[in-house]
Ligand binder design. Structure first.
Ligand SMILES: [Mn+2]
Length: 301
């Protein structure tokens, strides 16, 4: 199985222990540097390495959660999933998918993942695993885009189809809730309204999050273009009118005490922001997700 993982990261995310295999009853960070179907501007392949590197420069303590990544149970950084770059995004996707199947197949069901993208299409690998594990999984989707297209530009697993590919595996007990969406086709917006998945206002969304039973498994997929490009320009398909860091923190705080069983942070394209601010922003977002993935007892849920 180690053959499917790149050599251990020289520099794991700050506070993480480098590991070669997914660790049970623990949070496991893993990078997937794939941006093969990115339609506008590529560069998300470099996201995981940038987040790890700048994580060294931010504090381990979160004043928002009053917790410190050095004080929770050990969490792990597996490095990056091997991504072939043959130039054909279809074949590259197949290789990622096969590598993930080996990794997930060997992982104990209690192993939790926090995936670092890469483009948004990679999320469905991790979400599919959680949908299979938890018949009542709630999928939270923060994004600028609806990502409900049934494929895009010839790619079934396009990043513009990230959520649609997850819906392919939805059962009757699964639920989708979306926030931040401000771009899509008329059909996508009709679908979201018809299925009442889209939350328009932050206060209402926070109320919705707070009423989630503490034992209900939740997966959070965060496309960084959820944030306004004024704050985070380093992403492939920026969209004006987005959220700020404070809105994200309110969401994270509403998830405290909940059962977050998986998450991902995708679409950071470091080269698109020469100031370097976007990757620092993303590393801080990841810190909050690491912390909120652990219960008050310090264990991953
Ligand atoms: Mn997306």
């Amino acid at each position: 199985m180690e053959a499917n993982i790149l050599p251990r990261p020289n520099l794991p995310y700050q506070g993480a222990v480098a590991a070669a295999t997914p660790q049970p009853h623990s949070l496991n960070l893993i990078g997937v540097g794939f941006d093969g179907t990115a339609c506008a501007r590529k560069g998300a392949a470099a996201g995981p390495a940038a987040i790890r590197q700048v994580s060294e420069d931010i504090e381990t303590y979160s004043p928002y959660l009053d917790r410190d990544v050095t004080e929770i149970r050990p969490f792990y950084d597996l490095g990056d999933l091997v991504v072939s770059r043959c130039g054909d995004a279809h074949r590259d996707w197949d290789s990622i998918s096969a590598a993930f199947a080996v990794l997930a197949g060997a992982a104990d069901p209690s192993a939790r993942f926090l995936a670092l993208g890469g483009e948004h299409s990679i999320s469905c690998l991790f979400i599919e695993r959680c949908l299979a594990q938890f018949p009542d999984l709630l999928l939270l989707h923060l994004d600028a885009h609806a990502d409900l297209r049934d494929g895009y530009q010839g790619y079934h697993y396009s990043h513009a189809a990230a959520i649609r590919r997850c819906l392919d595996h939805f059962g009757p007990g699964h639920e989708l809730a979306q926030f931040g969406i401000r771009s899509g086709t008329r059909e996508e917006f009709h679908w979201m309204r018809e299925h009442r998945t889209l939350h328009d206002e932050l206060p209402g969304f926070l109320d919705y999050l707070r009423q989630i039973p503490s034992q209900r498994p939740i997966y959070l997929t965060l496309d960084l273009d959820y944030f306004d490009p004024a704050f985070l320009p380093g992403t492939g398909t920026p969209e004006a009118g987005g959220g700020d860091f404070h809105s994200f923190i309110e969401i994270v705080r509403a998830l405290r005490g909940k059962k977050l069983v998986g998450s991902d942070v995708v679409e950071l394209a470091p080269a698109l922001d020469p100031t370097g601010n976007s990757e620092v922003f993303a590393a801080k977002v990841v810190r909050e997700l690491i912390l909120v993935s652990h219960g008050e007892d310090g264990y991953a849920r």
